[in-house]
Design a protein around this ligand. Structure first.
Ligand SMILES: [Zn+2]
Ligand SMILES: [Zn+2]
Length: 406
């Protein structure tokens, strides 16, 4: 599609409530026509996530229960491996889609869209968004908004997936299943909301995962026909390549919200319960260095030392050699020496060795000047005091002059 036609296509889509002069508008003010009843509204939201929910107090029980049905069915469908059997090629494809999409979640959704720790072109930004979206963990804006909120309020009462505040199962998956958490908080991602192609993916966030599901089924069908010796077929490849890999991927990523705030070591005395965990770092390709990350979230790398294996970082480094991404932000030298302010204490921490959080809001605040201010309720304003909790380093990225041009 020619560039102009593509722009016109996206512009013709029904408008999401985002005012380019005043910033995002509360999604509840959306004048989109409402479906006839709450259950139908939940069903439509499986495919069009900008169909808003009733206010939580007005939500019927049915509306609340309809929303998570696909997620529950997807998890239960893993049991179909006992029906379709297995083959090495199906397991290999499952491993491939697990690794590719874990890399997309950690390297793209997390380190690019949520924290802007490196730069890329606009067309590759869309590729990053599509691959991240294919993991079936919602759209890029929704993911980034929730994650920025997590950093702002980590382990405080406002944190919707804090194991400290709400328990393990809520932090792992129940928060994800709640109808009230479906809407995208555009006020937390104004830097991303200006791209219509990202808004499109975010709104219709089941398209990318469905494309992976179809790809696996077609691949299985083709292999069954032309390479019958491999012992696979369309259904078996769909179950392993899409269902199993997507479910394992979900729970792998979810461990960072749940387990990595419970098990592991704490190098930095952050204001939350984040921990560094080698096993989780392997499972998630580098996200297990979560205490490092909560202490300093502006670097592309989360494993600060060579022994802190961070496969996502190695992959992003390779993409930078190919020229597809650039300007990966380094870990500041002051965090890598024992003597410097903010010194790192390696090995087992003794109480007197616990490192204070030197990347404190007070330290980060000067770089925030000129940014739209976030009020305590999350609404954007251009004046007024900046709440203490809003002054986190990742918001510095919002003013970057080097974002792809809209
Ligand atoms: Zn965390
Ligand atoms: Zn983060």
């Amino acid at each position: 599609m020619p560039k102009d036609d593509a722009g016109r296509f996206f512009k013709q889509l029904p408008k999401h409530p985002f005012n380019h002069h005043t910033g995002p508008v509360d999604i509840k003010e959306n004048d989109m026509p409402q479906p006839i009843n709450s259950q139908l509204r939940s069903v439509i939201s499986w495919f069009d996530t900008h169909v808003q929910a009733e206010k939580e107090s007005a939500q019927s029980d049915r509306e609340k229960w309809v929303w998570p049905i696909p997620f529950v069915l997807l998890n239960l469908s893993v049991l179909l491996v006992f029906v379709v059997g297995w083959s090495w090629v199906a397991i290999g494809v499952a491993a491939f889609f697990y690794a590719l999409r874990m890399f997309a979640i950690t390297g793209f959704y997390h380190r690019y869209f949520s924290h802007r720790t490196y730069k890329t072109s606009r067309w590759f930004q869309f590729v990053l968004a599509f691959l991240g979206n294919s993991a079936a963990q919602r759209g890029p804006l929704w993911w980034a908004a929730h994650h920025r909120h997590h950093h702002r309020f980590s382990d405080q009462p406002e944190d919707i997936h804090s194991p400290k505040q709400r328990g393990f199962w809520n932090s792992h998956l129940l928060w994800w299943s709640r109808r009230k958490n479906v809407a995208t908080r555009l006020d937390l991602v104004p830097d991303l909301a200006k791209y219509p192609e990202l808004m499109f993916l975010d709104r219709f966030d089941s398209l990318a995962p469905i494309s992976v599901a179809i790809t696996t089924a077609v691949l299985g069908g083709v292999l069954h026909r032309y390479f019958p010796g491999l012992g696979t077929n369309a259904l078996q490849m769909f179950i392993w390549g899409f269902v199993v890999s997507t479910v394992v991927l979900f729970h792998g990523v979810a461990t960072i919200n749940s387990l990595s705030h419970v098990y592991g070591s704490r190098r930095f005395q952050t204001t939350d319960t984040s921990r560094n965990n080698f096993l989780l770092a392997l499972i998630t390709l580098g996200e297990g260095w979560h205490n490092n990350h909560h202490h300093y979230c502006n670097s592309t790398r989360q494993g600060f030392f060579w022994w802190e294996i961070d496969i996502t970082f190695y992959g992003l480094k390779m993409l930078s050699w190919l020229g597809l991404v650039r300007d990966l932000k380094p870990v500041p030298a002051r965090l890598l020496t024992r003597e410097a302010p903010g010194a790192v204490i390696t090995g087992k921490l003794r109480p007197h060795e616990v490192v204070p959080n030197h990347e404190s809001p007070a330290r980060a605040e000067p770089v925030l000047q000129g940014l739209p201010r976030l009020s305590a309720g999350g609404a954007l304003s251009r004046s007024g005091a900046l709440p203490h909790s809003a002054a986190l380093p990742h918001f510095a990225a919002l003013r970057s002059p080097d974002l792809p041009q809209a």
